[in-house]
Ligand binder design. Structure first.
Ligand code: GDP
Ligand code: MG
Length: 271
């Protein structure tokens, strides 16, 4: 009998950043301009089957949410992970993430809870040519500052699955075996960072510059692959979401903070 794990995930972030849209896209594959705001909570359940384990995720979303102060402890307690959502067109919603993280931590007796940072409304950010700037320092000295970051659009269905997958990976890591990679690919990625991206995205240049800097330090070349133009290459490497950084056999989906990327590369070179 596979073991059953039940885990709670909460959606956090300022009102209006698009949390409900994100989860509704993920669960029902729909997008609406307006959601009926009911009082209380919405729950969503997804169960994942693995060879030796069954993981049941309970995703909690606050309905008709007003402000941080009104979030009850019960919402935050017992969370195994959180999606910290901010609106890519609203820098203040990013600055407020540190506060959301603090609430989460306090509600869980000071325990660090794994988080993924989700920038939302990528479609708007791109059409308005926003710089998509964010200042990681605003996250302070918290694990959130090193958390994985991914840009999404619930409207155009971009990276929504990937965002939840990142969270799921984080939660089930340790429960599941490491995927098998062919020796040929293993050899290739030992000397390279492969960056699968949709070329011309406003933020891909910024990310590429970071990657090059880190790559140089560890004598790894960086190769950019336009995953839309070359879907078969992306497929061969098992890339399902953009952007993905493939390094040392690991798929890093979303834009990884540099400190995090460096740690991963170091570990990879040491092993
Ligand atoms: P919540 O308060 O964080 O749950 O935010 P909602 O999911 O209710 O979304 C607030 C508003 O932003 C709604 O009008 C949504 O239609 C809109 N919205 C959410 N996600 C997106 C997106 O990816 N793109 C665009 N253009 N609008 C979005
Ligand atoms: Mg909502």
């Amino acid at each position: 009998m596979p073991r059953l794990y039940q885990r709670k995930i909460v959606l956090l972030g300022d009102p209006g950043v698009g949390k409900t849209s994100l989860v509704q896209r993920y669960i029902y594959d729909t997008f609406q301009k307006n959601y009926m705001t009911t009082l209380g909570l919405n729950f969503y359940v997804r169960t994942f089957e693995y060879p030796d384990a069954q993981v049941k995720l309970l995703i909690w979303d606050i309905a008709g949410q007003k402000s941080r102060r009104k979030i009850g402890l019960r919402y935050l307690q017992g969370a195994s992970g959180a999606l910290l959502a901010y609106d890519l067109t609203d820098p203040i919603s990013f600055d407020n993430l540190a506060g959301w993280y603090e609430d989460l931590k306090n509600a869980n007796n000071g325990k660090d809870v794994p988080v993924i940072i989700v920038g939302t409304k990528l479609d708007l950010a791109q059409t308005n040519h926003l710089p998509l700037a964010y200042n990681v320092k605003k996250l302070g000295d918290t694990p959130a500052a090193k958390a994985n970051l991914i840009f999404t659009s619930a409207k155009t269905d971009t990276n929504v699955d990937a965002a939840f997958n990142l969270m799921i990976q984080e939660i089930v890591s340790g429960l599941l075996p490491i995927p098998d990679i062919s020796p040929k690919i293993r050899k290739e990625i030992a000397t390279k960072i492969l960056f699968f991206v949709k070329k011309g995205d406003a933020w891909s240049k910024v990310a590429f510059n970071h990657l090059e800097k880190v790559g140089k330090k560890y004598a790894l070349s960086v190769e950019t692959i336009d995953a839309e133009e070359d879907p078969s290459i992306a497929e061969a490497y098992g890339v399902t979401a953009l952007p993905t950084i493939l390094v040392g056999g690991r798929h890093l989906v979303g834009i990884i903070q540099i400190a995090h990327l460096e740690d991963i590369i170091k570990q990879m070179l040491e092993s």
